[in-house]
Design a protein around this ligand. Structure first.
Ligand code: HEM
Length: 471
């Protein structure tokens, strides 16, 4: 029931279309529009327009952008039980099914409990040798003075790693087809978020983009079911996510069905490689633009590693590299917005705004991370923002690349270790220069990726010769 006694300060927001609400502006320039919202206060109201109101039969339908970290903490942590994820477009639920990314309540808690041990502590570090050797093998293919598409290279690398984590096997020729199917799915998800018509057109309507999507995803699904069946028949135990899922039970104590296992595997396949690949791609891009940061990184790698490959134990000593990684995730958070949350009941936020039941809450790491209130000169790349001292002076919840609360990223520790080991391995071997004449802009699709392929020129480095070890 709505508590009529609670008074909310009037919330403002940018002017939007009466019929179409904020959607035309969001579609035209999503990232710019979110930043523009910062000027309208801690909580910004974005009306969804008359068309959506008629469609949903809901008066005053609106989304609320949170710009203040205490409100972010309230929604994601303190009062998280009052919020659930908003329904997603048909193509997104077709892909992820009932995997941990989209379930709610008891089922979601249970799935996290089952999966969490796999992604923590020693279990994660056990993969460090695999990651560095995959990175070393990939970089060995890059010829000196040739050009590579760094986004594609990073995606191939992180897909190979997650494939091993999930199935305990090397990725073979299926890599390219899988990448292509994922790209088609991403474009369709974006379209369904952007267009009401696209989002209400069922996937069985045989238009070319639906057919392309269905073809690609059936292929991935068939491969996943094949893995599940083969493994059910296999006698010997394996240490991978597939085996974990095969031995897991649901909330009623029953073994998981093939479909339930497929949903989790698909979730990890997608959530677990594209994000890390984009984080790395942006980091290479930034390093190519900031020569002095790259110099300092080279020096640190030289001091800590000399000419050997990194391992998980080195990471605590590669402090500057971690600051680079954090700053790159600040400027280009792969999860540029969290899933929209819907309020069950009316809720008063710490900054005073009152959200009505059914309010859609937008929490965008992109927007929070580029707010000049918490990050001076926010568009500048400056790893010093992540020195211990600088971090102590900043309020919590201003930096949330992995989300927060009960839905915080399950793969955070793994992603961080993987990203840092790949950075250290590659940066010790080559220098990457952005090929002249490219302008790179962030494009917000399922993840935040460069709007065009990022071409990099490879230059091999002899670390010990170029940078003698510091005594
Ligand atoms: C740099 C890399 C990554 C970033 C920036 C990232 C970011 C995020 C964020 C922000 C969320 C929360 C979404 C929300 O609250 O709406 C999330 C959830 C999730 N991530 Fe990641 N992620 C990364 C890598 C990974 C990896 C490597 C895996 C798996 C191996 C993974 C698995 C998941 C899963 C399963 C969830 C759903 C958790 C839940 O709802 O309980 N992520 N990720």
């Amino acid at each position: 029931m709505i508590d009529q006694t609670i008074q909310s300060p009037t919330l403002s927001g940018p002017p939007v279309s009466r019929w179409w609400g904020c959607f035309p502006d969001l579609r035209r320039d999503t990232l710019g529009f979110l930043i523009q919202c910062q000027a309208y206060g801690d909580v910004v109201k974005l009306p969804m327009g008359l068309v959506v109101e008629l469609f949903l039969r809901q008066r005053d339908a609106a989304m609320y952008v949170l710009n203040h970290p205490t409100d972010v903490k309230h929604v994601l942590v303190t009062n998280q039980d009052n919020y659930r994820k908003a329904p997603v477009p048909p193509v997104e639920s077709r892909i992820f099914g009932q995997g941990v990314l989209h379930t709610e309540g008891q089922i979601h808690h249970h799935q996290r409990r089952v999966l969490l041990p796999f992604f923590h502590g020693n279990h994660v570090t056990a993969y460090s040798n695999l990651i560095t050797s995959q990175a070393r093998d990939r970089v060995a293919l890059w010829q000196d003075e040739t050009t590579i598409d760094i986004g594609q290279e990073m995606a191939h690398l992180t897909l190979s790693v997650i494939w091993r984590l999930l199935f305990g096997q090397d990725l073979r020729s299926e890599g390219e087809t899988i990448r292509e199917a994922i790209a088609v799915g991403q474009r369709l998800i974006k379209l369904q978020y952007d267009s009401l018509l696209a989002s209400v057109t069922p996937l069985w309507v045989p238009i070319p983009r639906h057919r392309r999507f269905t073809r690609g995803f059936r292929m991935i699904e068939e491969r996943l079911f094949q893995f599940i069946h083969e493994r059910r028949m296999a006698a010997e135990p394996h240490d991978d996510v597939l085996s974990l899922l095969l031995s897991a039970t649901d909330t009623e104590g029953r073994p998981l069905s093939d479909e339930e296992i497929r949903d989790e595997l698909m979730t990890f396949l997608l959530a677990g490689h594209e994000t890390t690949a984009n984080a790395l791609t942006w980091t290479w891009f930034l390093l190519s633009q900031y020569g002095s940061v790259r110099e300092r990184l080279t020096q640190e790698l030289n001091e800590v590693l000399g000419d050997r490959l990194p391992n998980a134990a080195d990471l605590s000593r590669l402090r500057y590299m971690k600051m680079i990684w954090d700053e790159s995730l600040r400027l280009y958070p792969p999860a540029w917005t969290l899933h929209t949350r819907l309020a069950h009941a009316q809720d008063r936020l710490p900054t005073g705004a009152v959200l009505p039941p059914g309010a859609g809450v937008v929490i965008s790491p992109w927007n929070l991370h580029r707010n000049a209130r918490w990050f001076a000169d926010p568009n500048r790349f400056d790893p010093e923002r992540f020195s211990d001292e600088a971090q102590r002076t900043r309020p919590a919840f201003t930096y949330i690349p992995f989300g927060a609360g009960g839905r915080r990223c399950l793969g955070e520790s793994f992603a961080e270790m993987e990203g840092l080991l790949i950075l250290a391995t590659i940066a010790s071997t080559v220098r990457l220069h952005l090929v002249n004449g490219q302008t790179i802009r962030p494009e917000p699709v399922m993840t935040l990726r460069p709007h065009v392929p990022v071409q990099m020129l490879v230059q091999r480095v002899e670390i010990s010769a170029a940078h003698p070890p510091v005594a």
